[in-house]
Design a protein around this ligand. Structure first.
Ligand code: G1P
Length: 268
């Protein structure tokens, strides 16, 4: 099973810091943000993480490429702890596909179609870190309990924030588990069926990948993953697992990036 991490975005909100350094490489305590997300995928049953990169963001690939000469130099100098850390990161099973046009999250995911084949797959959005690595296994358990259905993580948000997210409609079928009836991307407050917002962790059936090939541009003129999820509901069941805001650490804005650094530093 593959875990996909879309990472081809421009990082506009962090310019000029992200002019030469990809947003995903910004430091969170002791490692680049994307390393947490890669580790989460691999800790959750994925055999390979596929980063959907752009050709402009080579630093991401450099980070995960083995560097035996550097490791040897560190060991020669007695810096074994650092050597171990560098060796470890080079051994994480990461591969790349490329999205060189910013056509939306759905388009980014579709770029990895050849990697996922006919298997279910995870999608992990890198703006949120889940360092306890417990969310995807919990989603997998919900999927297992419902015949291998797709499962998405959702989080209750205040009404005034629903228009920033994908939002589900459905009914609660167990503690914290909803059966999804429909999804809408970035609805106006008055059109939002619930305040359960798509959180950025997905366990998806291979049919979603097939349907993405035909999704037309939606909100913002972008090919939306949410629209493919809504389409697959005509053929398959989907469930949503309600997660707590405290289960994830947002890094998408300057304020949340700083707060996340403080919170994760405090946990050490
Ligand atoms: C994306 C998804 C949206 C989801 C959100 C979570 O939106 O399209 O459905 O709720 O991530 O962060 P974006 O933040 O890329 O606009």
């Amino acid at each position: 099973m593959k875990a996909l991490i879309p990472a081809a975005g421009l990082g506009t909100r962090f310019l000029p810091a992200t002019k030469a350094l990809p947003k995903e490489m910004l430091l969170v305590v002791d490692r680049p943000a994307i390393q947490y997300v890669v580790e989460e995928g691999l800790a959750s049953g994925a055999d390979e993480v596929v980063i959907i990169n752009s050709h402009e963001k080579k630093a991401i690939e450099d980070h995960f490429t083995p560097d035996p000469a550097f490791v040897a130099l560190l060991r020669e100098r007695g810096k074994d702890t650092y050597a171990d850390a560098v060796e470890y990161v080079g051994n994480l099973n990461v591969s790349y596909v490329y999205q060189d046009e910013a056509l939306g999250l759905g388009h980014a995911v579709r770029c990895a179609a050849e990697k996922t084949g006919d298997e279910p797959f995870y999608v992990l959005l890198g703006d949120v870190l889940v360092p306890d690595n417990e969310m995807l296994p919990a989603m997998q358990a919900v999927s297992d309990a419902h015949g291998g259905a797709s499962v998405i993580a959702v989080m209750p948000v205040p009404d005034e924030e629903v228009s920033r997210f994908g939002v589900i409609a459905g009914s609660e079928v167990g503690p914290g588990v909803w059966k999804v009836d429909s999804l809408v991307e970035k609805p106006a407050v008055e059109d939002a069926p619930t305040n359960l917002a798509v959180f950025g962790r997905y366990l998806l059936s291979p049919r979603v990948m097939e349907l993405l090939a035909d999704v037309e541009p939606g909100v913002g003129g972008e090919i939306q993953l949410t629209d493919a999820l809504d389409a697959v509901l005509e053929e398959e069941e989907m469930y949503a697992l309600v997660v707590d805001p405290e289960d994830g650490y947002d890094t998408g804005t300057m304020e949340s990036w700083l707060a996340t650094n403080n919170a994760l530093f405090g946990r050490r």
